[in-house]
Each structure stands twice: as structure tokens, then as C-alpha cells.
Design a protein. Structure first.
Lengths: 136, 22
């Protein structure tokens, strides 16, 4: 049968920052081709195709029902592959090669991570799973 | 190629639209 793609609606205007992205106008309807865990979704709108930030989209049916995974307060061990300097109050600043615990894998690509006493958002594209079990 | 996602982290949602956070 035909492949039915999910339709999402843009909740804000977005101006693309690199080629292969799409500009968005509030209310635009897009079909989702691929949901990357780094928060960039590959979408199509009429004849155009390109990447869009997932945080600017909501499902057309049931806007409050994003299929977001539950938080895992035990944490999953990941290593930062790249440093990032917090630009917002709720983000963490980390260098490359730091081991952290991922608590919540948000669809917008900004995962909630824990490092010691600190908790905040970090770009998932700068994280790699360690494959180790957390020490209890 | 076009199938490769951008190499920079996606923007955070506009503050007033930010979804509920833990």
C-alpha cells in the first residue's frame, strides 16, 4: 500500500541557517520523512524537501501528544564528543570527552543530562553512548 | 548530500513556545 507520512504543523516562523534546510512559516504543514534523534527532521512540503528543527513542529492531530520517551532518572552513560557552551539558563556547559548521564531523550534533540550535581540540556548530536553500565 | 542532517545543533524552540520541561 501507499506509505502514509505523518503531518506536522509549524508552530513558529523559522529562517534556515544552512542549505538543505527549509524555511518555515507559522501554520505550514509538512510531511515527516525521517525523525533524526539529533532534533533535525527531514520533511517535505509540496515539491520541497529539507531539514527542519523538530522543536518548531507539532503533530497535526493531538498537538499535546508528542511520542516523547519517558525520562530515565537512573541515567544512561554517554560521552561528549564535542564541547558546548550554554547559551540558555537551562543548558549545561561541557568539554569534549566528559562522561555524563542522559536522563531524558527529548525529540527536539536537546537531551536532559546530569553531570555530578548539575542537570541541564545538551545537544544530543554531541553525545555518544559509552556502552558501559553505570556503577551503582 | 541532502540526506545528511545539518552539522550544528538545532535551534531551541522560541522561549514562549517551549514545551513542558522536567
Amino acid at each position: 500500500g501507499p506509505i502514509i507520512l505523518e503531518t506536522y504543523r509549524a508552530i513558529a516562523d523559522y529562517g534556515k541557517s544552512s542549505k538543505y534546510e527549509l524555511n518555515l512559516k507559522t501554520g505550514d504543514l509538512l510531511e515527516i520523512v525521517e525523525k533524526s534523534p539529533n532534533g533535525w527532521w527531514f520533511c517535505q512540503r509540496e515539491s520541497q524537501r529539507g531539514w527542519v528543527p523538530a522543536s518548531y513542529l507539532e503533530p497535526l492531530e493531538g498537538p499535546d501528544e508528542m511520542e516523547e520517551p519517558e525520562p530515565n532518572y537512573e541515567g544512561e552513560l554517554y560521552i561528549t564528543t564535542k564541547g558546548y557552551t550554554a547559551a540558555e539558563d537551562d543548558e549545561l556547559t561541557l568539554g569534549p570527552g566528559e562522561t555524563i548521564e542522559v536522563i531524558h531523550k527529548l525529540l527536539d534533540g536537546w537531551w536532559v543530562v546530569r553531570k555530578g550535581e548539575q542537570t541541564g540540556h545538551y545537544p544530543s548530536m554531541y553525545l555518544r553512548k559509552t556502552g558501559e553500565k553505570r556503577e551503582v | 548530500s541532502i540526506k545528511e542532517p545539518p552539522q550544528n545543533p538545532p535551534p531551541r524552540p522560541p522561549a514562549e513556545l517551549r514545551r513542558k520541561r522536567p
